[in-house]
Design a protein around this ligand. Sequence first.
Ligand SMILES: C[S@@+](CC[C@H](N)C(=O)[O-])C[C@H]1O[C@@H](n2cnc3c(N)ncnc32)[C@H](O)[C@@H]1O
Length: 205
Amino acid sequence: MQKSPDGKPFYNSMMPIYPLLAQQCVDDYRLEQGICLDIGTGNGYLGLEIAKITNMSIYFIDIETEAIDFARRTVAEADIDNQVSFLEVDICKGLPLPDNFADFIISRGSLWFWEDKLKGLTEVYRVLKIGGIALIGGGLGRYVPWTMRERLTGERTNNVQKKGGKRLNLEEMQALAIESGIPSFRVIQDAPGDKGIWIEIQKHR
Ligand SMILES: C[S@@+](CC[C@H](N)C(=O)[O-])C[C@H]1O[C@@H](n2cnc3c(N)ncnc32)[C@H](O)[C@@H]1O
């Protein structure tokens, strides 16, 4: 169990959503092996949960040193066998990774903070393998029970704004994806009317 700076066990009310969202990704995209990037990984929980149920090599990527340190601890305590890498980098300034590199890219709750969202999305598309999938956006995923969804949605209201980000609505996500010039994408919602919105990017030959 990770500890907060005052030494008390760390509790995060969002914890239950990470295994559910990881399972959703594995089910939707048949993830088994290859390379997975978790961009804006924060605490590292989502990348870790994907690691636990696949043989994927996971890249934990974040702009913040503290986030990368946290993600390292998360992974160290989990005792997984997957290959892991940690990159402290701003997605908007470019990733130190080659073209057509990743089989799956997930980024949850980070896009709202990207200073140059178009550059960030272009970078995601560049490093995505042909035949790969990227899921960029934010939300709880589809597998969260509605009771928990209601509670957590209430709790996280304005969290993004407080931290200096701006959550995009369905129309804004659509407009952003079109403006990015990415040729193959769809904008999807966790549930009708839900705040959970994602750009699902596919890369074809
Ligand atoms: C709200 S947290 C989400 C963390 C995690 N993905 C989750 O679902 O719990 C957003 C994360 O995105 C990171 N971030 C913000 N801007 C970024 C950028 N330009 N490049 C990489 N990471 C970024 C932040 O440092 C933070 O850790």
